[in-house]
Design a protein around this ligand. Structure first.
Ligand code: FAD
Length: 380
């Protein structure tokens, strides 16, 4: 029995699972990684099937299952194959800020097509000298008649280059403001005002691009402000609350992937005349993983459930989930590799890649140390 998921959400989970079972495979992942390519066709398909929209509200084309819906969909995609599941979820996670704070017009223009799988989102907050300390960012916006002129640079922007719309955090005397821009506006600005430099291959998630954005007198009309001018930090951090749970869900899916592969292998692999699962040390390893998984599941679903109930405790729980689950996932994937022995180290088995992919979950959307700081602030 599951105390958090109702039957409707379980049906959604099953549908996502069946789709991933059919469409996601290791060979396809390796091809994408080698070509350093985003799985755009698959993103379109999951949009058409309604899987992006699980957590978004019905008025904008979603199914209305809230944060719990988001984490179930993300978890299930990453459970089948983290390298692709993470890329798919990263196609829409950066749009959450626009969904929460955008006007009806902005949400219709950007969020609806994103839910339908036609638009990919990006969010550009981090800068070369401003990572965890968002308030210290340097990208400037200067007010002109009916637009702002933006100068500065961003680093580590996921989906840079192929995103259809971006949320940008920039600064002026009013504080930080979140601004929207899209491909159309990039074209209107003309050459020399916006540049994307791909940062190349990473430890993992090479199914996505991570880039540097450079703004030189880049014009953004005033109606592209998201929420209120000067309130950008709060706006972005509010979006990060769902982002933290979705990141924890990526890691949770990754740990399920590791555990299920290891358990399956241990039943089939024979050494010293018997399946290795019959060796108590292997069996205990798997039991420890199983217990850890159930602890993480409770924490993740509780965080999302509290968020959907608008409970003030949800902030603490989303940080706790973001802290605990990525760290557990990294350990479980590492132990899964050990259970497969030498085979676990090979690329085609998938586990070494999954470990590299999931490794980022304890870094982006606020590092583990930053989550500890945030939890401490709420506790003491
Ligand atoms: C693959 C990838 C994708 C990303 N995608 C995006 C994206 O789409 N958009 C975006 O804006 N950013 C993105 N990021 C950036 C990511 O969010 C940052 O890397 C992260 O927030 C940490 O910032 P930093 O790298 O500058 O590290 P720093 O903030 O410099 O931190 C370095 C170390 O110091 C620790 N530290 C810092 N401050 C404190 C403190 N107060 N107390 C204790 N320890 C502290 C950190 O935990 C870390 O261990 C991405 C990064 C990567 C690698």
């Amino acid at each position: 029995m599951d105390i958090y998921l109702n039957n409707d959400l379980k049906d959604v989970e099953k549908a996502v699972s069946e789709f991933c079972q059919q469409e996601l495979d290791q060979e396809y992942l390796q091809r994408l990684e080698d070509e350093h390519k985003y799985p755009r066709e698959l993103f379109e398909k999951i949009g058409e099937l309604g899987f992006i929209g699980v957590g978004f509200s019905e008025e904008i084309g979603g199914s209305g299952y809230g944060a719990l819906g988001h984490v179930v969909a993300v978890k299930e995609m990453c459970r089948k194959l983290p390298g692709i599941g993470m890329a798919l979820s990263l196609g829409y996670m950066p749009g959450i800020v626009v969904d929460i704070y955008g006007t009806k017009g902005q949400r219709e223009k950007y969020i609806r097509p994103m839910i339908e799988g036609r638009y990919i989102a990006a969010i550009a907050v981090t800068e070369p000298d401003s990572g965890s300390d968002i308030g210290s960012l340097k990208t400037r916006m200067e007010e002109k008649e009916d637009y702002f002129v933006v100068n500065g640079s961003k680093i580590f922007t996921t989906n840079a280059g192929y995103a259809d719309f971006y949320t940008l955090l920039a600064k002026d005397e009013d504080g930080l403001t979140a601004l929207l821009f899209d491909k159309e506006l990039i074209d209107e600005n003309g050459s020399g005002h916006f540049e994307v430099n791909d940062l190349g291959r990473k430890m993992g998630i090479n199914t996505t691009s991570t880039g540097e954005l450079v703004f030189s007198d880049f014009r953004i009309p005033k109606e592209h402000v998201i929420g209120q001018r000067g309130k950008g930090k709060k706006i972005v951090l509010d979006g990060f609350e769902i982002g933290r749970m979705m990141t924890a869900a990526q890691a949770f899916g990754g740990m399920l992937y590791g555990y299920e592969k290891a358990a399956d292998y241990a039943k089939k692999r024979k050494q010293f005349g018997k399946p290795i699962i019959k060796f108590q040390s292997i069996e205990h390893d798997l039991v420890d993983m199983y217990v850890e998984i159930e602890k993480c599941r409770s924490l993740l679903y509780k965080a999302a459930w509290l968020y959907d109930k608008k409970d003030p405790e949800s902030k603490k729980y989303s940080s706790m989930a973001k802290l605990a689950i990525p760290e557990s996932a990294i350990k479980i994937l590492n132990r899964s590799i050990d259970i497969l022995g030498g085979y676990g180290y090979m690329r085609d088995q998938g586990l070494e890649g999954a470990l590299r992919d999931v490794r980022i979950t304890s870094i982006y959307e606020g590092t583990s140390k930053i989550q500890r700081n945030a939890i401490a602030k709420m506790l003491y």
